[in-house]
Design a protein around this ligand. Structure first.
Ligand SMILES: Nc1nc2c(ncn2[C@@H]2O[C@H](COP(=O)(O)OP(=O)(O)OP(=O)(O)O)[C@@H](O)[C@H]2O)c(=O)[nH]1
Ligand SMILES: [Mg+2]
Length: 474
């Protein structure tokens, strides 16, 4: 068991609420709770006994009573206290959760008491770290806890929960196991040359390695969607002044969030808002119209519009169809193209007459075929189509998504890609008839990388697998 001291934290967010929870984990959790908890006055004897023997209370039982300062006898809060005994707990240690009233004062005083009696203030994520170190969850699950807490959309929550339930960890362990068996076979041939591996036997592992590499690639590719699910899609609305960018933001939000006027140059600062679209969280940024600025504030605004372009995952480039395409529009389109951003051309003011000679299709050719949609931010016409287009741009229709398996962490993607490259080099080495030692080296690297995803495969584990597989000792 790792970390033998007892940690304590206020586990609920700051502010006022119905309840607030102080959580303790560690060997002293029960004894600390016993010293600060007292049953209500006039409690039946049985409850008094329980208080005396809080350490003997059945696991997952809740008791009603008071938090009391053992030195002064002062009652601090009226609480419900839950006792969860090791090892069937989140951290695998004894856990006590004290349900206080949700205010700063009762929570602060309760945790103060716990600290005075020997608990240590927990570091961020330390309860989950203990869950990992004590083997209750793997690293992917620990990371999923955070993703679930931070999920900004239903889909992100679903992906996090699937990972929390061990979906990704299980899949990685499965692949690691397959690779470890191949590694073990090779290692044995190196350590025991009398069991020499024939070249055509080496060729036999080629197929399984290639399939493994392909599966790792598919998984790694799912990051493109997973990343957006987890972090949201940063969407910048760009265009020259007065084309209706702020009106578009308001239409997407169904709320008059940004100031709209007929005067070009109305928006000076970037305004960001979140909307939920088809399971994705979209962070929409309305920006200042891009043009030769007339004054310092506008100049700064335009600078910020260009920064928004740089950080965007998606650009909604707005044109005013009733004004047609002008030099300034082309300049902006080219600028977006130069950044290579995913973009949608939004032709606004559909409720008005298109300018003389303006054709939607021609506007589209200037963009080298970005998806395009004509809308009226004023009447709401076309907004549904635009939303549809946005979602289609990000939803991948791969098998891994159907299975609920998505990579949402860059750490996982990096490890998968490194493993993939090592497998590629191993396959190449087999193809060119290089010795087993070289191949084994590459496969070990792939194995280490895969193991680092769940945090479970150490060199010792690889050795254990080798010995288990081959009953070395003959
Ligand atoms: N008829 C019509 N007018 C629109 C539409 N969308 C916006 N407008 C009008 O166009 C003018 C400019 O709209 P804004 O949304 O402020 O334009 P903007 O692109 O944010 O302008 P800046 O902030 O100055 O860059 C306002 O008078 C709007 O009422 C539309 O779909 N149809
Ligand atoms: Mg505006």
């Amino acid at each position: 068991m790792h970390d033998e001291d007892t940690i304590a934290a206020i586990s609920t967010p700051p502010g006022e609420g119905g309840i607030g929870i102080v959580r303790l984990s560690g060997p002293e959790a029960l004894s600390i709770a016993k010293r600060i908890f007292s049953p209500p006055p006039g409690a039946r004897n049985k409850e008094k006994e329980n208080k005396i023997n809080i350490g003997a209370i059945k696991t997952r039982l809740m008791l009603y009573g008071f938090i009391t300062d053992p030195e002064t006898g002062e009652q601090i809060d009226e609480v419900l206290i839950a006792v969860m005994r090791a090892p069937n707990t989140y951290t695998r240690q004894d856990i006590v959760e004290i349900n206080c009233h949700g205010g700063a004062q009762p929570l602060a005083r309760t945790i103060e008491l716990a600290l005075r009696l020997g608990a240590r203030l927990a570091l961020p994520g330390e309860f989950t770290k203990r869950a990992f170190l004590n083997g209750r969850i793997d690293l992917t699950q620990a990371e999923a806890v955070l993703s679930l807490i931070q999920a900004k959309s239903d889909e992100a929550g679903r992906a996090a929960l699937a990972q929390l339930k061990g979906g990704l960890g299980g899949r990685i362990k499965e692949e690691t196991g397959k690779l470890a068996r191949i590694c073990a076979h090779l290692e044995a041939s190196i350590d025991f040359p009398e069991e020499e591996i024939e070249p055509d036997e080496l060729a036999k592992i080629m197929g399984p390695l290639e399939q493994l590499a392909k599966r790792l690639r598919t998984l790694s590719d799912s990051y493109e969607e997973g990343k957006f699910l987890k972090d949201g899609i940063k969407t910048a609305i760009l265009g020259k002044p007065n084309v209706g960018k702020s009106s578009l933001l308001n239409a997407l939000l169904s709320q008059e969030r940004a100031i709209v006027t007929e005067i070009p140059g109305t928006t000076r600062d970037v305004i960001s808002e979140y909307i939920n679209l088809g399971g994705y969280a979209l962070k929409i940024m309305d920006t200042a119209g891009i043009r030769e600025a007339r004054d310092r504030p506008e100049q700064e605004g335009v600078k910020r519009s260009l920064s928004a372009l740089e950080e965007a995952d998606l650009v909604l480039c707005v044109l005013d169809g009733s004004a047609g395409i002008e030099e300034q529009d082309l300049w902006i389109i080219n600028r977006i193209k130069a950044h290579g951003k995913k973009s949608i051309l939004v032709i606004n003011k559909k409720d008005l007459q298109w300018a003389n000679g303006f054709k939607e299709t021609e506007a589209n050719t200037t963009t080298d075929g970005w998806p395009a949609v004509s809308i009226s931010a004023k009447t709401g016409d076309g907004i549904a189509e635009l939303k549809q287009l946005i979602v289609e741009n990000f939803r991948r229709k791969g098998p891994s998504h159907e299975a609920g398996l998505l990579i949402t962490s860059l750490r996982h993607k990096t490890a998968l890609d490194t493993a993939f490259r090592a497998l590629g080099r191993a396959i190449e080495a087999i193809g060119s008839g290089l010795p087993a030692e070289i191949i084994s080296l590459e496969l070990s690297e792939a194995l280490r990388e895969l193991g680092s995803i769940t945090g479970e495969v150490s060199t010792d584990d690889i050795l254990a697998m080798i010995f288990n597989e081959f009953c070395i000792g003959k």
